[in-house]
Design a protein around this ligand. Sequence first.
Ligand SMILES: [Zn+2]
Ligand SMILES: [Zn+2]
Ligand SMILES: [Zn+2]
Length: 912
Amino acid sequence: MNYSHYNIVKRQKFLRSPSRRIYSLLRIWLFRIGIVAMAFALVAGCFGAYGAYKGMIDTAPSIDSISVNPELFASTIYYNDGETKIVDLAGVGTSQEYAPISEIPQGVRDCFVAMEDERFYEHNGIDIRGIFRAAFSVVKDRDLKYGASTITQQLLKNQVFSGGNEKSKVDKIVRKVQEQYLAVHLEDKLEKDTILEYYLNTINLGNGAYGIASAAQKYFGKKVSELTISEAAVIAPVAYSPTLLNPLRDEERNRIRRENCLNNLLNAGFCTQEQYDEAMNDTEDVYARLTQYASLTKAKDTAQYSYFVDELIDQLLIDLQAKGYSAAAANTLLYTGGLKIITTQDQEIQEIMDSYFLDESNFPALVGQKATKADKAGSYYELSKNYALSIVGADGATNKHYHLNDLLEFYKDYRDTNKIFYHEKSSNPGISVYTTDIEALYELIDNFIEEKKADFEALHPGLKYTVQESRNYTLQPQCAMVIMDQQNGNVLAQYGGRGEKIGNRVLNRASDTYRQAGSTFKVLAAFLPALDAAGYTLASVFDDYYYKYPGSSETVANWYSGYKGLSTIRQGIWDSRNIVAARCCQAVGATTCVNYLLKLGFSKIDTDGSDGKSDYNVAISLGGLTNGCSVLEMTAAYAAIANRGIYNKPRYYTEVYDHEGNLLLNNGTESRQVMKATTAWLLTQAMIDTCEKGTGSSSRIRDVPFKTAGKTGTAHDCFDLWFAGYTPYYTAAIWSGFDNNFEQANTMYFRYMWRNIMTDVHKAKQCGAKSFERPSGITSAKVCTKCGKLAVEGLCDQYEGDKCVMDEYFAVENAPHESCTCHVKVAICSETGMLATADCPNPIIKVYLNKVETKEALEHGGTADTEFILQEDKNKLCTVHAGGEPIDPDKPLPTKTPTPTPTPAGGEEPTT
Ligand SMILES: [Zn+2]
Ligand SMILES: [Zn+2]
Ligand SMILES: [Zn+2]
């Protein structure tokens, strides 16, 4: 056969001609007779065979009700530019890119016809010869290998019978019969080319490619119209088995099939000898091109969806259900509805984040190994708690199951001479799930299995058995990060775990795990409510001294030893002072604070006290939560501060269009003002300090014309470590911790990661000078930082403790009007340290704190203020030089007129 244009047209005419109709009817009858014959052969004279056959036909969908149009289309996910594809969500029978038959070269069509259905252009939907072969194979109880599935049938199988994944053989036969029946009718309804077009646009061609156009892209980076016969012959065999014949998985097998394909083409007259030779000569080259292109696109085409896409899918399923779709319908629509999904993901930012999370040197080195650039070692392999071993006897009744505890028990006396296992007490014998040498641990597990097999054999001699085991490990600590655009809540990038992601919808630590929040909550659950709702200011003072939670004996410690005394909220933020936050929260009231957390989008705040505990307590100010919070929630909450107090619900996509291009979901920004703009700006000022001189300085983005604001967080023995921060451009939170709570030795690496990732992001986005926009309603005043009131010249500035006069910003309504009340200026007798009288020699002026410390505070070491307080025993007139008037410290000290030396009588000069 040759494929000149003339011949094609002639053939098409033939296909539509009346003679063909008659022929077709004849074929239908022939087919029916064939089927009957087959059915009879199958059940050898069984009376009801035809009845059974008829039943199958009667229950078949009617030809008018079915559609073989590729109405199932893969959905495509795009980056936030709306153009660059991230990935396709494809299900069975979907077409990713639609290619009309006119765009598919004849040679490409022929490759498929030659491989799948040689007599496609001749038969009428079914291939009689094939049917008998199929009947034969069923009788012989072999796989339906010679299913004689014509292209028409395969199209029906994919589009009408959901890909034909029947569980039982009977169902399979029923489907086959119905498929054949419909195939004949379909051929009456549609032209050959239409059938072929639908078929070529929907078949699964491996590697997530559905349809020839998308396969051409996936394997060769080409348009389908540019595919050569040589290339099409690589792709065509994949239709038979998308896994086994996938050229990227098994090139050898594919090569053999490709050669078959080309031979079939030549033998059937579908190509000329020259075309055949050309394709055969291209063999080495075509696979080289394939491999080269695959390696180029490997990063983008990994079989796994990213953490971002995983979360996006979750969100889309929720939103579609909110629109009225059932869970199943939402799922079907998402994978086969041909949706166009515009996400908020920024390719550049995500790629920067990926590069850091995939580079193991950014994480703590394994304990005992040389530290990486992440400074301090601190990583372990953790054997999964789901470790399981089953020895299953062939009798089906004799089983033995072992779990992690059995393994640990087995090795309870093991002596770890190489110190590869981590124990709380290093002298403990036995093995632990935390190890620095996974190979060694695995070797021990292998031994354990051998022992258990030997036990089994001894107990059940001669019984055959199989061994099933589930073992895996995770590197710890784990880490997760989210970057968001604070202006609209767009999640730009996220990473949900350390290292390479294995599997879809796996544990997503960025958005699906909830952890203790630590000190990041000081701002959110104490200082923010204080400033916003309770009239406090950045200069408001809380006393950092011995503290117990109200109604509890639990004390609160600081990250530094001792207590720093009277501290402003600003200091509480940048120096992360625990007791300042706790006292602040207590003063504001936990209920008010919890209400702010709810407004800030924390979804797992426990407001139900029915079980005797809830989050309505002061511990929330230090991030002690019943259920914890996610990295995503943390990022969104801090983004609200970065965004002038406006909280934007985080979003993963902006629009979803259906296959016809209609807007299906419009995910606009969902915003609410959760705090005053002034509150947000003031908190930002304090959090800039955190990054410039406080606990967050290692995360400050260096050498840029804008500031970094942020807050560190450490919860419970370093189980959870956080940094949440922002610039005028972006907000991001990062978390580090062991999946199963465990103390972390390296408390810094994630802060460097935050800084490095954010540095690269701002550089890539060419972020120039920008400041945090100062809202109206801000004023400033010179204040005394020991009481938060206006500083008094000549008083506060002469205090001998900390420097305590500073220019502070205030919301106009909360600006102080009263002058300092905490300082007291006194004249002191330099001999006794008591208040000086006119009789004291050399009195000096001193400024003290006018503060009383409780006995309890003093018993616990007092505070940094203690030595600057005018203590009771000194706060009285000098007892040694008693009698004189008290000295007014505000008046110039009396200049002591030197006691006149008695002049000797006679006017003699004094002797010198
Ligand atoms: Zn003062
Ligand atoms: Zn003061
Ligand atoms: Zn004195």
